[in-house]
Structures are given as C-alpha cells and as structure tokens.
Design a protein around this ligand. Structure first.
Ligand code: PMP
Length: 372
C-alpha cells in the first residue's frame, strides 16, 4: 500500500493515524460487534462518541461555556442561508466583508433570500490580494451582524486579524453590539483562536475536521433568540442546540471521524499551539520556495498569505499540464488550482505532513531546473 501526498483543497487529507484507527474499529467498534456506521444515533455508544467529540473540540478551541457547539449538515454552503435565517429575526441587515469567491457566495445567498445586504468593505479593488484594513470596515446603521471568511480557500487570502476591537467587539454608530460571524471552513483548528470574539463560527468538516457531510457551528447562546419565524426547523441553532444536534439523524460516521481527528490533534500533535507552529513552518517553506524561483509566483500580500491554501501560477501557463502530470506521477496529488482561477494550489491543511511540503518543494525545484 502506498499513500501519496494529497494537497486537495477539500475533501482533504486525513491523518494516517486516524484512518488506521477507523480501519481497526470498522467492523467491530470496541467489542460492540458492529460498526459506528450501523449504530443508532440515540444509542448509548454513539451518544458517548458524540459527547466526547464535542468535549475534545471545546478543549482544543477553549470554547467558553456560553457557546453551543452544533454538529450539523448541508455543507458550509447551507450556512450561507442558515446564518441570515437565524440572525435576522429582529430586523436589520446582513453586513459582509467581500474578500473572494466564498464570501461572494455568502453575500449572494443572503441577497437572494432577503434582498438588501450591505458590503462593509471589499478587497475587490486590489484583486483580492490583501484583506480590507480594520479602519476601512464601515458597518451600516442597521447592521444585524458582520459576516466574513477567515480564509478564502480559492484565492489563498487569510485574515491576519479578527474584525472588531478586543474589548468592545464591533459596534453600530448607536453603540449596539454587532455579532461577528465567521466562515472558518478552511482555517478552523489550524491554530488557537479567541472564540469569545465571535457570535457564530461555522466550518465545513472536509478540510481540517474530518470527512465531508458534517458542519460544525459554534454559536453564542444569547444569539439563539434572533431567528426569523419562517426559518426551516433544521436550520435553527436553538432547535439544534436543544436537540443535541439530533433533530434528525446526524452524519454519524463523519462525527465519529471528526472525534478521532480531535483526539489526534490533542494527543499526537499536542494541541493547537503546536499545530500552529507546524502550519507556519510548512507554509513559510513553500512560500519561500515560490518567492525564490523565477518560474512560480503568488500574488497575495505577505501578511495575508494563507497558511492553508497556497495558490501559485507558472510563468508560462503552457507548462501547467506537464507540471500536474509529472507531479501526479511523483505521488503529489491534487495540485490543480480551482476551476474558476486556474493555475496551481497546494492545500497544506493540518493533516498534510511536513514531508509532503518538502517533497513538493523538491519537485518544484527539479521541474524548474528542467523546464523553467
Ligand atoms: N466556505 C469556504 C471558505 C470553503 O472553502 C468552502 C468549500 N471549499 C465552502 C464555504 C463551501 O463548503 P461546502 O462545499 O461544504 O458547502
């Protein structure tokens, strides 16, 4: 058996140790004589798995007690609808930071559902090569929340700050607090964060959490009473919280695997501070290789370069096809950039080992020497 190095943007690489454990527990979960996939979600064994996963995630992110952790479904994209349904019940407008393709999709969905939205700042003018500065964010007087995308997975653009002030958060001109909503799909668990700065954090699982089919939502409890009356029940944060994320059948196997990933982060990695250091090292090495070459280039300003997704182009795009074919033959998979932008993209999520980055850098240098 050979496991290649996988740079996919999602569904992404999972830690080998996690897959091995899942394999060992596949047919007979800890002496129970059945697989986790075959268990009742309301049975004692699965409820224990679910509760442990939540406890471990809470520990990793130091989630304060006044936040609920939900394990739901529908992809991160469903949260583009669920967030406005949950937070616009008291009126007001959704505010957004526009920094690339994923935030644009979130904006489009809120607009489609509820009409007017306010774009509080945008990086469109600079081609999404630098995020808006804090002082350029202008909330509307009727802002119900501010939504942003911490890491734009396609553009490789990552915020180097959390919008709002540490003491006061975000405020409307009349002083009302404006909850901060963050799509953290492609950067959650890449390092420690201060959860108390956020009203809602959501993340699709298929990058740093586990397999697709699961979405984690972390929501402050005072925001549970702001839902619109016409909201579909399954979107509801209050409904999910009260039902322990089991209004209906949850994505049980993905939830279980997420639990194994959390356990791996705590045990094998040693927590998010260690993960953070490792991620910085991996990304710095790849960016240095790109910056020191004449063939490869990345357009993002230094302070906003994503640690998780490293897009790059070749000086001569006619070489793209050979680059990808040769990379794949060398066991370096999924380096093709998103279909909307072309070029290359190496995603360096938590489960991508440093060896993979080293192998990629060596391949890139060799390709440049031969073809550059
Ligand atoms: N937001 C971000 C930042 C993403 O990277 C993605 C998926 N690549 C999504 C949202 C959409 O996720 P899903 O496919 O789970 O709906």
């Amino acid at each position: 058996m050979t496991r290649h190095y996988n740079f996919c943007a999602g569904p992404a690489a999972l830690p080998a140790a996690v897959l091995e454990r899942a394999r060992d527990e596949m047919l007979d979960y800890r002496g129970r004589g059945l697989s986790v996939m075959e268990m009742s979600h309301r049975g004692e064994a699965f409820v224990a798995i679910a509760e442990q996963a939540e406890a471990d995630l809470r520990e990793l992110l130091a989630v304060p007690d006044n936040y609920h952790v939900l394990f739901t479904q529908g992809g991160a994209s469903l949260q583009f609808s669920a967030v406005p349904y949950n937070l616009l019940g008291h009126g007001g407008r959704a505010n957004f930071l526009h920094t690339g393709i994923w935030s644009k999709k979130a904006i489009a969905e809120a607009r489609h559902l509820f009409g007017d939205v306010h774009v509080a700042a945008s990086s469109e003018e600079n081609g999404h090569s630098a995020v808006p500065r804090q002082e350029d964010i202008v909330l509307s007087d009727d802002a119900a929340y501010l939504h942003y995308t911490a890491n734009e997975t396609i553009g490789g653009l990552e915020f180097d700050y959390i919008p709002g002030s540490v003491e006061g958060g975000l405020r409307r001109s009349d002083g009302t607090e404006v909850p901060l909503v963050c799509d953290m799909s492609s950067s959650i668990l890449s390092g420690p964060i201060d959860v108390s700065r956020f009203g809602v954090i959501y993340a699709g699982a298929q990058k740093n959490i586990g397999p697709a089919g699961l979405v984690v939502v972390i929501v402050r409890d005072d925001l549970l009473d702001r839902a619109r009356a016409d909201m579909p029940t399954l979107f509801g944060y209050r409904e999910l919280a009260e039902a322990g994320s089991m209004i209906n059948t949850p994505a049980t196997y993905s939830w279980y695997l997420a639990g194994l990933v959390f356990d791996w982060l705590k045990g094998d990695i040693g927590g998010l501070a260690s993960m953070d250091a490792l991620n910085t090292r991996k990304a710095s090495r790849l960016y240095a290789a790109i910056d020191n070459s004449a063939l490869y280039a990345n357009p993002v300003t230094l302070r906003n370069r994503s640690r998780m997704n490293v897009p790059f182009v070749l000086a001569d795009p006619r070489l793209d096809r050979d680059f990808l074919a040769e990379a794949e033959a060398a066991g370096l998979l999924n380096l093709k950039g998103h279909r909307s932008v072309g070029g290359m993209r190496a995603s360096l999520y938590n489960a991508v080992p440093e060896d993979a980055v080293e192998a990629l850098i060596a391949f890139m240098a060799d390709f440049e020497k031969r073809r550059g």
